[in-house]
Write a protein that binds this ligand. Sequence first.
Ligand SMILES: [Zn+2]
Length: 230
Amino acid sequence: MSDATPLSINNPPTWSYYNSVATFDEQDHTPPTAALVSLAKLFIKHDAHAHFGIALLHRHEHLARNMVMVQSISTFEGTLFTRCQAEPWGRQALLPCMFLFHEQHGFLPLEYTTPTLGKQAPTMEGPFLHELANFLVHNKLQRVFGLARRSAPGLFWAEYALPLGSGTIAISTISAKSESHVVTEWAFEEKDDEAIVCETKTCEKDSSAAHSRPSHAFLSRLGVQLAPSK
Ligand SMILES: [Zn+2]
């Protein structure tokens, strides 16, 4: 790998790499905390923490050829939410927002956002990506952790799977994680020269824990249905 390993935007898109990612149920839900602290220091050292965080790699869908996962953000009844679903590649302009490190090809995009969602992530410098890639490989975490655009500070997201083929919905919430959720994204902050790991997103672990779900009335007004309880 060269020092200039890019955040490559592959064309054609990378559905086969997406499908190689562990499903949510297959992925280890308790990644090493010590590694997250080391990653916080690494991100802060390179000043990458304002724009990027770490995601627990997992998928809820199997992508067909020429499809990509696209996140789009909206507000409904004052609540900010994100839909993530499969879309045909090329239908609209897309910006990559989550990356998998591949030892042959560098950082490959796994998920995209629409440009309306916001700014293009700044292209990170080679030394940051090089050190991140080395850390992931050295600690055998390249199938566990991905690089993700971080959301605005202070936002916390709870993700829920929709019926198979419909992707997921993530709702912004003020409440922190509940026992029925797994932490799937982290952001990093620097406070008094300390590197702080902040949980920024969870994914619903047990869809039978209906009490932790967003109100049925809210979702039905939104026009979405959650995956049936297990
Ligand atoms: Zn998820």
